[in-house]
Design a protein around this ligand. Structure first.
Ligand SMILES: *Cc1c(COP(=O)(O)O)cnc(C)c1O
Length: 432
């Protein structure tokens, strides 16, 4: 039953482009109409027609302790009762800053903002201001929010400058971004050999989570650190997704690579708009009003968002929190792979901490090209079958999935059983 969702979707489209406030919500990647959600509780959310769905999207990452965790809700209620916004500093902001600097290896100083897009945009401006250089390196398939410098795709051939990947982005601006292949270390070395003295920074998802999930080759991460250091460029880890998702030290803690700057969002706001960028003290001191790089925000460090973030990060610091989350996520991946194997379906899955990738392919991909070669028609059938049976995966084959601490082994087992039924049905289909 999707009568109410469908009716809301029709109504939404009259005054909201495609009926959604962020594109992937529109189900363009899988076909059909989006479910409208009325409430969330723990691992589940309920749609407008009353169906409860086990949620593997978690608001695209923030909900690491699940929906409406009582301690997070209480913290938000308390903060709200004391005033929604002041535009003046509060003690709770210091607490977040101290916590981030204690838990994140590279962080000496941090500034709070309201979205991941703002965090990456500001970190890039800071890197350019600090180095006095313009050129930025990013990798195809990595997403860093929707600011102009970042909506760029590879030019024709490797090592040519980028082209806008969105209308409204000046070609002149795209010329300052070099788009390379993720996990291609020789290509990266070649880019530095050619342009090293012009490169302000590399920005990278240390685990790629916006082209499905791609695990980094540790050699690739290490090369980035070495090359940027040798050439006087900065290394920016965009940990908006991986931050407090793959471990308490985030991806930089997990892989033992210390970037110069990093960006956070998603989990650090626990479901409210809070994000951050920070890193080396000498770099962060270039930010206004200490330095010449301008950055500001009316609602930056908002007390209600800060309260939600602090309550979430407090729960995430419980002993064994990430070990349990990672094991749970691995149980899901292994179970799905086992079910597919039983029915002769080409399928692979992997997790890093509480994030996972599912692939309709023989093996987990390690490049953008390999991800693109996965069977997306198969994914669409999987997505709709799972949704119908009450399991909400991201409505796109090119997104990572998320498990929360509120998911139980029973939830995971139910999802594996539903997938098994789907795979069985697919496996018995006659080849066309
Ligand atoms: C989600 C995401 C962003 C953008 O964050 P918003 O809060 O949506 O602006 C940036 N970088 C990465 C790696 C992300 O996953």
């Amino acid at each position: 039953m999707t009568k109410n969702s469908n009716r809301l979707y029709q109504r939404a489209q009259r005054h909201i482009p495609a009926g959604v406030n962020s594109p992937v919500r529109a189900f363009g990647g899988v076909g059909g109409h989006p479910r409208f959600i009325v409430r969330g509780q723990g691992a589940r959310m309920q749609d407008a027609d009353g169906q409860w769905l086990i949620d593997y999207v978690g608001s695209w990452g923030p909900l690491i302790v699940g929906h409406a965790h009582p301690e997070v809700v209480l913290a938000v209620q308390k903060a709200a009762a004391d005033g929604l916004s002041f535009g003046a500093p509060t003690a709770a902001e210091i607490e977040v800053a101290e916590l981030l600097c204690r838990l994140v290896p590279s962080m000496d100083m941090v500034r709070l903002v309201s979205s991941g897009t703002e965090a990456t945009m500001s970190a890039i401006r800071l890197a350019r201001g600090f180095t006095g250089r313009d050129l930025l390196i990013k990798f195809e398939g990595c997403y860093h929010g929707h600011s102009d410098s970042l909506l760029v795709k590879a030019g024709s051939g490797a090592l040519t400058f980028g082209n806008p990947s969105s209308g409204g982005v000046p070609a002149d601006l795209a010329q300052h971004t070099l788009v390379l292949d993720y996990n291609n270390t020789p290509q990266l070395a070649e880019a530095f050999a050619q342009h090293g003295d012009k490169i302000a920074a590399i920005i990278v998802e240390p685990v790629a989570g916006n082209m499905n999930l791609i695990a980094p080759d540790p050699v690739f991460l290490k090369a980035m650190r070495d090359l940027t250091t040798q050439h006087g460029a900065l290394l920016i880890f965009d940990e908006v997704m991986t931050g407090f998702r793959v471990g308490l030290g985030s991806a930089q803690g997990l892989y033992g690579i210390t970037p110069d700057l990093s960006t956070f969002g998603k989990v650090i706001g626990g479901g409210l708009p809070l994000a951050a960028f920070g890193g080396r003290r000498d770099i962060m001191q270039k930010i206004a009003p200490l330095g010449s790089v301008y950055q500001a925000g009316t609602l930056s460090g908002n007390p209600v968002a800060v309260a939600a973030g602090l309550a979430t990060l407090k729960l995430a610091q419980a002993p064994d929190f990430y070990e349990r989350l990672s094991n749970l996520t691995k149980t899901l991946c292994d179970g799905l792979v086992g079910a597919a194997e039983n029915h002769g379906i080409a399928f692979a899955a992997q997790n890093i901490g509480g994030m996972f990738g599912l692939y309709f392919a023989e093996q987990c991909p390690s490049t953008y090209k390999e991800v693109m070669a996965c069977d997306s028609a198969f994914f669409k059938r999987f997505f709709h079958a799972m949704l119908q049976s009450g399991h909400y995966f991201a409505p796109s084959a090119f997104e990572a999935g998320f498990v929360s601490a509120a998911h139980s082994t029973t939830d995971i087992a139910a999802t594996i059983a539903a997938a098994d039924a789907f795979f069985e049905n697919e496996g018995t289909k006659k080849p066309r």
